[in-house]
Design a protein around this ligand. Sequence first.
Ligand code: TYD
Ligand code: ZN
Length: 404
Amino acid sequence: MPSCRICGGVVSELLDLGRQPSANRFLARADIAREFMFRLAIGMCHSCTMVQLIEDVPEEIRYHDGYRYRASGSATHRRHFARVARELLATELAGPNPFIVEIGCNDGVMLETIARAGVRHLGVDPAKEVTELARERGVNVLDAFFGDSVAEGIRAEHGSADVIFGANTVCHIAYQDSLLRGVDTLLGPDGVFVFEEPYLGTVISQMAFDQIYDEHVYYFTARSVQQMAQRYGFELVDVGRSPLHGGEIRYTLTRPGRRRPSPAVGELLADERHRGLADPVTFQRFADAVAKIRDDLLTLLRDLRDRGSTVVGYGAPGKTATVTNYCGIGPELVPFVVDSTPAKQGLLVPGSHLPVRPPQAFTTANPDYALLFAWNHADEIMAKEQAFSRRGKWIRYVPDVRVG
Ligand code: TYD
Ligand code: ZN
């Protein structure tokens, strides 16, 4: 039996998505033979309820030099993080000479606003190719994996932090122990640790099984985060909703007894109990629905191929690897996908090896159907692709397979 990375409790398996690659490790054809694969499965801890990967992928493989993820890849993300930064500037960073540290600053999409306001800040991120973009935006970056010793170095140089922030980062870090000890070292006595991450409640309600991939080691709930916070000497004092990736939760932790927890915490905990988010029956239903999505999607794509219809994939987010590898969708069913990220173009989707092309290829191919992998950006994409929508059809696969 695997044991919980947070509390050492017994983890029992909930869902197996088969052999999978590292989801953002887009590769050239020449590197196929050396591709890293692992068994992608999640389980839940019996004692702290943390849902987590059964096996994980070493960080050097996940965040290698050619790491392709760009946080500012959509207008929605850019607007959202500018708003988050402005909120922090107006609240937690409004005191004298404030200091904020972002764990996993990526291309600087959030810290850019902070830097422009002239506020002391530091982004910590090991993916050099991406942090180069942050530096170009005037953001200070330390190329490192955040942990206890890195936190000590930062404190020695800059003093303690008023805010430690993370977005789609904290759930990526397998060793929360070193992370939370680092936060403990660096955070000032009245500081806040704020992080927004994919939410298990959203994964379940939207059947977003493609949010499950190697980078997401944990699938948080208010309940599991609260237990984790307590374990490391923090208190969960607030939760809020964030619209990214289909609906995330932003958690605010402080040192114990510093702030009165907001009513939102109790409300979300009650909602999770009501929805059975720690209940094995909920996951059995989820697993059945996921298997049905796979069967329906494969049947549809094979049917379209047999009828001579053309299908192109739209967007190559990390999610694409999960859905294509789990379902067994290769270039014979979806000849290529288009994505606006230059660093992904010309490479192959990990595992399933669908070629990634620039967005113009979509217009040129003029397909009958578009399979929407970047479904969390549907509004932005629909607004951009009105010409296609008038003659072609979109295929969606969450929360179920739909053509329309
Ligand atoms: P994103 O939602 O940022 O990420 P994740 O990998 O965490 O699931 O990924 C969206 C991808 O979709 C990104 O590679 C950019 C691409 N994209 C387009 O190709 N066209 C678009 O119009 C938009 C909004 C995104
Ligand atoms: Zn546990």
